[in-house]
Design a protein around this ligand. Structure first.
Ligand code: BGC
Length: 742
């Protein structure tokens, strides 16, 4: 290993000549030449992603003692989770200079919602419905990562989610497939910038293929039951969108599909992903999900794991060593065809050429990388994304925005007011010390308000002393701003909950404060939809702020003071109670539906102790201003194959502020050969309207927007009448008819 001083000099002297743009044919020629020189063991080495000391771990502990030796023997393709630039440089140098063929290593990491500049968690960001902004955010993330030694991020995660008990919903884009596709595309574009050779892009790996979000009972890593139709209809399109956007890699998921774990599911990898979607990039397993096949009891031992996975089409094994230990043996025993190995190695080497590692193995290694991270510009971007991710759920009597000229007094109460622990799970290398708290953000707003602060309670515990202090401060103020929610460690991977309630200590604090009869403005901090019945009863206003990342406090203060009107809309419905889960806007009609005009009708698909609907539905979110929808028009009422229709509505800002509105287009098939959702999002546009301004918003509806997998598994609209809806949420819209004729 090179000593630190020399090493810094070497890193400083890394040349950054442009990486040549080669045609696929040229790359495959180079790959073919290289493969012809490789031993079987070296080939198998290209199918192993190892961990190393200092790496982030999301599974069983890892023994790194043999890693350097393996690198010298050409037995490691890629390393996961490293962040020390000197260590990365040294390991790459060992691979390039000390292994027989000098094949460079890929350095991969989970950069999910920002590297040093932390943006809001993904579920929050999705509420912005702002694709350009998400693409720009991904560009910033890629740029910062590209200066940190990272070549590849395990992102975006496009799992469809309907169960907020699952801790990973914060990493997702919510419950809608159409929106998920748009975000997948924007995210991949932002990361890869259609230019994998560039020094500023990094490669994307879309995950988790497929169905992981449907883990039974919301318990992480649990069994999944999903029909082929639902998989193709609702879960696959997001992966197709990522593949069509050129995503370099796909990660398989931990779960099973149709009783076969995805990691060795030949149907899913070879038939669906490779053939149907045409994906020809690298397929990687999830962290030790290969070894876990033994626990799934679909493989007896690691040798069988290696055989089943390679036959299924898995190219790289993440951290598990079944391939390293047994693939060569299986080939030598004639139990698998060596062409299977060549096929996988070809894809891995193609990837390494494509991202320029053969031209510059030190491509993303920089000295003083700090100077590329977190600056005023990236902070401003993060602040903007954060403002646009906050969803206002309630605002009685227009209590918000606060008036900065007013001499009123405000009490800031709750465990998140002065907390920097709000970057959210998977916050990359962002540091809490860089995070702006709500208290700091409020104090920077130059207002005449008199601001007082008391914590009131911890996230899960409360003492009489802290409660008394909060009450004392709140007694004499005009308004209370109360922060409630989950600690960030309560969501994320392996953080499933059986109840999605706010911890009792905080509810007690709310109960006590509500006795003071002051207006309470609640700010929520959470990675998943929470049960908000009680909160929604007693609070005058509710802002869902999620975990906003580095610029948390500034963005929240901007919204509280009306620097910008809230514009985000929920992308995951908020159940009334845990027992309703799963509850989502695009549910299916039943044979005995609840009838609003006859709510007491017996023997209906209802609960005796709860309404059917979620408390807050997908697409819902308030603004300081008000938008009025009128004049829905359709260019024709009948449509045939290959045709398009235009649907429009007039949106008018009738409130007292300027603001952005997310105009949404939904459809419903009134009859079909299989049951379809009662509402399906098929378009959205974000518009800005000054006070009093109006705009005609037009959508184009195509045959594919009306199509669905029918009873013969054909993707078609069928001969039917559709309800076409335009509105500001999935519950409030204007409607017109469209008949489709095959
Ligand atoms: C997660 C993946 C992640 C991987 C590597 C796994 O536990 O499921 O999403 O990319 O760890 O950190």
């Amino acid at each position: 290993m090179t000593k630190i001083n020399e090493l810094e000099k070497e890193i400083r002297n890394i040349k950054r000549d442009p990486i040549p743009k080669r045609t696929d044919e040229e790359i495959y020629k180079l790959v073919g030449e290289l493969i012809s020189k490789m031993t079987l063991e070296e080939k198998v080495g290209q199918m192993y992603q190892s961990s190393f000391e200092g790496a982030a771990i999301t599974g069983p502990e890892f023994d790194s003692s043999k890693v350097v030796d393996y690198i010298k023997k050409g037995r490691i393709s890629s390393l996961i989770g490293l962040s020390d630039i000197n260590q990365i440089y040294n390991l790459q140098k060992t691979a390039v200079e000390e292994s027989r063929l000098g094949i460079p290593i890929i350095f991969a990491h989970d950069i999910i919602h920002g590297y040093k500049t932390s943006f809001p968690v993904n579920l929050a960001m999705s509420c912005s419905f702002d694709m350009q902004m998400i693409e720009d955010m991904a560009k910033t993330l890629a740029f910062e990562s590209s200066r940190s030694g990272v070549n590849l991020t395990f992102s975006p995660m496009v799992d469809l989610v309907q169960d907020p008990r699952w801790g990973r919903v914060m990493e997702s884009y919510g419950e809608d497939t159409y929106l998920g596709c748009k975000i997948a595309e924007a995210y991949v574009k932002g990361l890869q910038q259609d230019d994998l050779e560039s020094y500023e892009s990094i490669a994307a790996c879309v995950k988790h293929y497929i169905g992981y979000g449907k883990s039974e009972a919301g318990r992480d890593y649990n069994t999944v039951e999903l029909s082929d139709r639902t998989m193709r209809q609702s879960y696959l399109p997001q992966f197709k969108a990522a593949v069509d956007a050129g995503v370099a890699m796909v990660m398989t998921s931990f779960n099973s599909f149709d009783s076969i774990p995805v990691t060795h599911n030949k149907y899913l990898i070879r038939d669906v992903l490779r053939n149907d979607l045409g994906f020809d990039g690298v397929v990687i397993s999830d962290y030790t999900s290969t070894n876990e096949l033994i626990y799934h009891k679909t493989c007896r031992d690691e040798k069988e794991v290696a055989k089943k996975c390679i036959v299924a089409g898995l190219d790289i094994e993440m951290v598990g060593e079944c391939y390293s230990d047994y693939l060569a043996e299986l080939v030598n025993e004639g139990r698998i065809n060596s062409e299977l190995i060549d096929e996988a190695v070809k894809r891995v080497l193609y990837f390494k050429y494509k991202i320029g590692l053969f031209d510059n193995p030190y491509k993303n290694i920089y000295s003083n990388s700090e100077k590329y991270w977190l600056n005023d510009k990236t902070r401003e971007k993060a602040r903007d994304v954060s403002r646009k991710s906050i969803v206002m759920l309630k605002n009685d009597n227009s209590i918000l925005p606060l008036n900065r000229e007013s001499k009123e007094s405000v009490a800031l109460i709750g465990p998140f007011v002065d907390s920097k622990e709000v970057l959210g799970p998977w916050s990359g290398f962002a540091e809490e010390r860089d995070c702006v708290t709500v208290l700091e953000g409020m104090n920077c707003q130059n207002s005449n308000l008199s601001i007082k602060y008391a914590k009131g309670c911890e996230v899960t515990t409360i003492s009489q002393e802290s409660l008394d202090e909060a009450i004392k401060i709140s007694e004499n103020v005009d308004k209370i701003i109360l922060t409630l929610g989950e600690h960030q460690v309560m969501s994320g991977e392996a953080k499933s909950r059986t109840s999605i309630s706010i911890p009792d200590a905080q509810i007690q604090l709310l109960e006590e404060l509500s006795q003071l009869n002051k207006p309470i403005i609640v700010l929520l901090f959470n990675g998943r939809p929470l049960e908000l019945n009680y909160v929604s009863e007693v609070a005058s206003a509710i802002l869902e702020t999620w975990y906003l990342g580095t610029e948390n406090g500034n963005a929240i203060a901007d919204i509280l003071f009306g620097v910008e009107s809230p514009s985000a809309k929920l992308t995951m419905s908020f159940p009334r109670n845990t027992g309703q889960i799963p509850v989502y806007y695009n549910s299916f009609q039943t044979g005995r539906p609840f009838l609003a005009n006859d709510p007491d009708l017996a023997y209906r698909s209802t609960y005796i102790d709860s309404a059917n609907d979620p408390l807050y539905k997908f697409g819902f979110g308030l603004s300081y201003t008000e938008f009025e929808y009128s004049n829905i028009k359709i260019s024709k009422n009948e449509m045939s194959k290959g045709e398009e229709v235009l649907v429009s509505a007039l949106v008018r800002n009738v409130g007292n502020y300027c603001g952005e509105e997310i105009v949404q287009l939904y459809i419903e098939a009134t009859c079909f050969s299989v049951i379809r959702p009662i509402n399906e999002l098929k378009g959205f546009k974000k518009i800005f309207l000054e006070k009093g301004e109006s705009q005609k918003v037009t959508f184009t509806l195509r045959e594919s927007d009306l199509a669905y997998y029918n009873c013969d598994m054909e993707y078609t609209p069928e001969n039917t009448l559709f309800k076409i809806r335009i509105g500001g949420s999935s519950v409030s819209y204007l409607e017109t008819d469209l008949k489709f004729n095959i």
